[in-house]
Design a protein around this ligand. Structure first.
Ligand code: SAM
Length: 335
């Protein structure tokens, strides 16, 4: 096939084209997952957060450069007031094919229908355990029942598939693997396990604490049945997609540590205070908010964006001695 050179695209020096923008709408969260956030946290003053209009302008600038997928995240995006209004603004941008949301699900049940009506296409809900007591231990807050209600409400509102994200930690979440899989199979949900990454508050991450995709697959094979690679595996997708051999649905693995997918990374991230990051693990950021608020014309923002993408490194280096954990924690980057 003849490849067409598209000069407007956001291509980095490794030839990776970026079409996927993750936007954090807040660094606040209503839970305190042990792998993500400290118990005591200094949140950003509200004035530092990008307004919906600023986010909309930035997305409008990126779409002609090839961004066609946006995912709203946080912190917990549903603690930001009037989120459906932002979804509606973004969904109306010509050329933007997909607006998605990653949420912990606690505030989802009453909001699912409005989000769907506003044009939200995809939803991922984070849930690490089917045990309410363990939920409270991992998140340091109550809310398990609300998450389950949120998942069911998302289905009811017409989201399909509803994806469940579960962080996998060795010595912590092994016993949650099979119950989560049973729940997902029962309700037709796509479950995805995420290997624990070094973005936690206490810098407590160690390789030994990562429950690898291969370990989870073994637990699923033993507890549920054999898995086979999905026929429709997207080579650019971060998840390794599998399906149950008995036809009972799909399960994915985001194996950031054991099988890094950096060379097919197509993502850039905008933090809630308007800093552009070309990698989850970036040590440098580009201040888009300063440009948006300083009256910069679109061309200057495009140039800043191109420079950021051009300087993207080869990969995250977690598996090397060179790795340096970023100062920003996951809740403040936008997972
Ligand atoms: N509050 C929303 C939620 O819970 O989905 C969105 C933000 S949260 C930071 C996005 C995802 O990142 C969640 O699925 C969460 O479990 C995951 N996450 C947070 N810290 C992580 C870590 N250290 N390693 C792997 N995944 C992590």
């Amino acid at each position: 096939m003849l490849m067409t050179f598209q000069p407007d695209r956001l291509v980095d020096s490794w030839g990776r084209t970026h079409n996927n923008l993750r936007i954090s709408v807040t660094d606040r969260c209503n839970i305190r997952c042990v792998y993500c956030m400290p118990e005591q946290v200094q949140f950003m003053p509200r004035a530092q957060l990008l307004s919906f209009e600023e986010i909309e302008r930035f997305v409008q600038i990126t779409v002609p450069l090839g961004i066609d997928k946006v995912r709203l995240t946080g912190g917990e995006p549903l603690v930001r007031r009037n989120l459906p209004t932002l979804v509606e603004k973004l969904a109306a941008i010509p050329g933007l094919l997909d607006v998605g949301l990653t949420t912990n699900g606690i505030l989802l049940a009453p909001a699912a229908r409005a989000l769907r009506d506003a044009g939200l296409k995809r939803i991922n809900i984070s849930l690490d355990t089917m045990d309410a007591t363990r939920f409270e231990r991992l998140t340091r807050r109550p809310g398990f029942e609300q998450v389950i209600e949120g998942i069911l409400a998302a289905k009811e509102a017409g989201f399909h598939p509803v994806k469940i994200n579960a962080v996998a930690m060795r010595g912590e979440t092994e016993e949650d693997v099979v119950p989560l899989a049973r729940f997902a199979r029962q309700h037709g949900l796509e479950l995805r396990f995420i290997e624990y990454m070094p973005l936690d508050a206490g810098h407590l991450w160690e390789r030994e604490k990562v429950l690898f995709a291969s370990d989870i697959m073994a637990l699923l094979t033993e507890g549920i049945g054999p898995l086979v690679p999905s026929a429709d595996q997207d080579p650019r997708a971060p998840a390794l997609d599998y399906q149950y051999a008995d036809g009972g649905g799909k399960v994915g693995f985001i194996a950031s540590i054991s099988r890094p997918f950096c060379m097919s990374c197509n993502r850039i991230r905008l933090t809630s205070d308007g800093k552009l990051r070309n990698c989850l693990f970036s040590l440098e950021e580009t201040d888009i908010r300063a440009l948006l608020r300083g009256g910069s014309p679109d061309v200057e923002i495009v140039e800043a964006l191109r420079n950021s993408v051009a300087s993207k490194w080869e990969g995250h280096e977690i598996n090397t001695a060179r790795f340096i954990q970023p100062e920003r924690l996951m809740h403040s980057i936008g997972g």
